[in-house]
Ligand binder design. Structure first.
Ligand SMILES: NC(=O)c1ccc[n+]([C@@H]2O[C@H](COP(=O)([O-])OP(=O)(O)OC[C@H]3O[C@@H](n4cnc5c(N)ncnc54)[C@H](OP(=O)(O)O)[C@@H]3O)[C@@H](O)[C@H]2O)c1
Length: 319
C-alpha cells in the first residue's frame, strides 16, 4: 500500500510502498477515506513541530475511514463501521493502524471528508473560545488568519456563540470566504494600520491569533480593557513578544491553547468537544469549508497549497 512518509527531517516526504500493517493490542486498522492537511504537517517536515514521532513515519494528523481489522482480543469498534481518528499521525496512506481510544463513531449524516476536515480546526476553535476564553454573546471577536483552516473555523464557531466577528485575511476573495462563514466585518491583512482600523470599530474583546508577529501586537493595542488574547499559532513565522506593561495597564489576559496538549493531560476534554462538534456537523450547524480535494498521489501539491497561502479552509486528501 502507499503512504506519504517522512524519512528524514529536511528531506521532502514521498509516497512510498510499505506493507499493510497489522493492528497491535488496542489498535484498529482502517481503510482511509479522507485525511485533512494542517500547517503543522509543514512544520513536522522541517522538524519545527512540538511532536517528533520516530522516523520514518507517515504524515497526516486527522482522518476518517472504515474499520477493516481489530487488534488481538478487541471487541470493537465493529468491522465495517465508519470512524474519525484524532490526535495521531499516519492518515496520509491507503490504510493504517490507530489506537481504538482515538476513534470516534461517525454519525450517519457525516461524510468522511467533513469528518476529516473538522477535527483539529474546529476542535481548537471550540476549546479555545468556549473552555479557555469563555466568549460571551455580544462580545467582539477578532480572528486573524481568518481564511485559513483554524481561522475560518473560529469565525464560524464565534458567530454560532453569538459574537460580533471581525475577520482579518489577505485579499478580497479570502475575505469573502470569511464573510460566508459568518464574519460581520472584514479587514484586509495587507492594509496598513490594523490597530487604527480596529480602534475605529470600537476595539475588540477577544483576539484569536493563529498568525503571530506584528498582527498580534497591533491587535493587543486595540484590545478593550479586560480583553483576552488567544495564542493559537505562528503561521507568520514570528513568535510575538508580549509587553507585560500593557497587560497590566489594560487588565488584559493572554491565553495559550494547544489542542494536542490535551491528549496527555485531559483527553476526555478532546473527546467531549469532538463529540459536540460531530453533533453540530450532523445537524448542519457548522460546515467545514474545503478549498481543495486531491488524490493521494497529489498530496505534495496539497502541502504546497498550504505553504504558498493559496488554500482556504481545509485541503483534504482522498486516498
Ligand atoms: N494551538 C493549536 O492547538 C493549533 C491547532 C491547529 C493549528 N495551529 C496553528 O495555527 C496556525 C494556522 O494553522 P492552519 O492549519 O490553520 O494553517 P493554514 O490553513 O495554512 O492557515 C494559516 C493562515 O495564516 C495566514 N498567514 C499569515 N502569514 C502567513 C505566512 N507567513 N505563512 C503562512 N500563512 C500565513 C494565511 O492567511 P492569509 O494568506 O490570508 O494571510 C493562512 O490562511 C499554524 O501556526 C498552526 O501550527 C495551532
Amino acid at each position: 500500500m502507499r503512504a506519504f512518509q517522512l524519512s528524514r527531517i529536511g528531506i521532502p516526504p514521498t509516497l512510498t510502498d510499505i506493507p499493510v500493517p497489522d493492528p497491535g493490542p488496542g489498535e484498529v486498522r482502517l481503510k482511509i477515506a479522507a485525511c485533512a492537511l494542517n500547517f503543522a504537517d509543514l512544520l513536522q517536515q522541517e522538524g519545527k513541530y512540538q511532536e517528533h514521532p520516530a522516523l520514518p513515519y507517515t504524515l497526516g494528523m486527522e482522518l476518517a475511514g472504515v474499520v477493516t481489522a481489530l487488534g488481538p482480543g478487541m471487541q470493537g469498534p465493529a468491522i465495517g463501521s465508519r470512524v474519525a481518528v484524532f490526535g495521531t499521525h499516519g492518515g496520509l496512506a491507503e490504510q493504517g493502524c490507530f489506537p481504538a481510544e482515538r476513534c470516534l463513531p461517525l454519525p450517519e449524516a457525516v461524510g468522511f471528508e467533513q469528518a476529516a476536515a473538522l477535527q483539529i480546526a474546529y476542535g481548537t476553535g471550540h476549546l479555545a473560545l468556549e473552555r479557555k476564553a469563555r466568549l460571551q454573546p455580544g462580545e467582539t471577536l477578532l480572528v486573524l488568519g481568518a481564511a485559513g483552516g483554524v481561522g475560518l473555523a473560529a469565525v464560524e464557531i464565534g458567530k454560532r456563540m453569538g459574537a460580533r466577528v471581525i475577520a482579518s485575511a489577505r485579499g478580497p476573495e479570502r475575505l469573502e470566504i470569511a464573510r460566508q462563514a459568518g464574519a460581520d466585518i472584514t479587514i484586509d491583512s495587507d492594509a496598513p494600520d490594523l490597530r487604527g482600523a480596529l480602534k475605529a470599530l470600537g476595539g475588540v474583546d477577544l483576539v484569536y491569533d493563529p498568525v503571530g508577529g506584528e498582527a498580534f501586537t497591533e491587535a493587543l493595542r486595540a484590545t478593550r480593557p479586560e480583553g483576552r488574547l488567544l495564542c493559537i499559532g505562528f503561521a507568520g513565522g514570528t513568535v510575538p513578544q508580549i509587553p507585560a506593561n500593557l497587560l497590566l495597564v489594560k487588565n488584559l489576559s493572554v491565553i495559550g491553547l494547544y489542542w494536542g496538549g490535551y491528549l496527555s493531560f485531559a483527553p476526555a476534554a478532546l473527546t467531549e468537544s469532538l463529540s459536540t462538534l460531530m453533533g453540530w456537523l450532523a445537524e448542519g450547524a457548522i460546515t467545514p469549508h474545503v478549498s481543495h480535494r486531491l488524490p493521494l498521489e497529489r498530496v505534495a501539491e496539497g502541502m504546497e497549497l498550504l505553504r504558498s497561502r493559496q488554500a482556504t479552509g481545509k485541503v483534504v486528501i482522498l486516498p
